[in-house]
Design a protein around this ligand. Structure first.
Ligand code: BTN
Length: 330
């Protein structure tokens, strides 16, 4: 462990109280001058460390700073977030950056996070709106041992993991809109964009990009989106720690990710159905070239939706935009 890491580890274990330079120097067996030098380096990295004569140093609870060391501090995963974590103040899109890393053989579990995206993207080429300091925008590289045909299961599994995390942390009535939008009272809280690179019969990598509206206030939401998007803060009237939310999500995601590969889709599919608002509903679906309507019967084991049209014919839907219609579709 480098001297910098040693000092940081000590601060993380002694958050929110004053530590005298003398004590630090004695405990860590590092000279006062070296401590000063390394504290400047930590501040440059973005850590909030106050100092005062006769009191020493105070490491503020940086729990909401998106810094690799803060994210990894006490992170209870084996894979996700345990290797490389790349943090940007601004980038084009964390999915683009993660795909570039994946091509360069970045390990499974590599995380890319940013405060701001210049070309944040949603499904079907849509723009993704985020607010620095208040949103969580990140991508995780996965290398699942599943056949490419099963990739939709992973997308649904991620939606389950995110929903379960958020319900556990906030008790809000969050619903999944197929395939992977998270809604509260019909307004969008989070979106997931999975992108995949495959060989003939295996997945090379999958990038799971997640955008989550955490501490956005009503005034942070541009006028045209006011009826469309929401945030945890808007719904719950309180602030949430982005880092804690990210850490909880990574733990849950890893649990379901390992379960999917070892035990299959059955339990995850049941959880998805429990959280989704779609089974048994009348819907219309806009696909690339056609509009379909009917009743959603089920999701299949490959992650596709099964839509029964008015003639009883079952259509398998892998992607598209779904609207729930009140009356039976004709
Ligand atoms: C959707 O709702 O259609 C999906 C939105 C996904 C947004 C996230 S933010 C982090 C990652 N980077 C992107 O450019 N998109 C995803």
């Amino acid at each position: 462990m480098s001297t910098l890491e040693t000092i940081l580890k000590y601060f993380l274990q002694n958050k929110n109280h004053w530590l005298s330079g003398e004590d630090l120097s004695r405990e860590l067996k590092i000279s006062r001058a070296a401590i000063n030098k390394h504290i400047s380096k930590l501040r440059e990295k973005g850590f909030e460390i106050n100092s005062a004569p006769r009191k020493g140093y105070y490491f503020a609870d940086s729990s909401d700073s998106l810094l690799p060391e803060i994210i990894q501090d006490g992170l209870k995963t084996q894979i996700l977030g345990q290797k490389q974590i790349l943090v940007f103040k601004e980038t084009d899109s964390t999915n683009i950056q993660a795909k570039m890393l994946a091509v360069q053989n970045a390990e499974e579990g590599t995380l890319v996070i940013t405060e701001q995206q210049t070309t944040g993207r949603g499904r079907r080429g849509r723009f993704w709106h985020s607010v620095p300091g208040k949103s969580l925008s990140f991508s995780v590289i996965l290398r699942p041992e599943l056949s490419p045909a099963m990739a939709p299961q992973i997308t649904l599994m991620i939606a389950v993991a995110l929903t379960e995390t958020l319900i556990e942390q906030t008790a809000l009535p969050i619903e999944i809109k197929w395939p992977n939008d998270l809604l509260i009272h019909g307004r969008k809280l989070a979106g997931i964009l999975t992108e995949i690179s495959t060989e003939m019969d295996s997945i090379d990598y999958l990038v799971a990009g997640i955008g989550l509206n955490i501490n956005l206030l009503e005034e942070d939401v541009p006028e045209p989106l006011k009826q469309i998007i929401t945030s945890l803060q808007i719904e719950k009237k309180m602030t949430f720690s982005r880092v804690n939310m990210l850490k909880s999500f990574l733990v849950t995601l890893e649990k379901y990710y390992l379960e999917l590969q070892s035990q299959g889709f059955e339990n995850i599919s049941a959880l998805w159905k429990k959280h989704s608002n779609i089974i048994g509903k009348h819907v219309s679906v806009s696909l690339h070239k056609q509009e379909l309507s009917g009743t959603i019967d089920d999701i299949d084991l490959d992650g596709s939706l099964l839509l029964k049209d008015h003639s009883g014919k079952i259509h398998r839907i892998f992607s598209g935009d779904i609207q729930i219609t009140d009356s039976p579709a004709h």
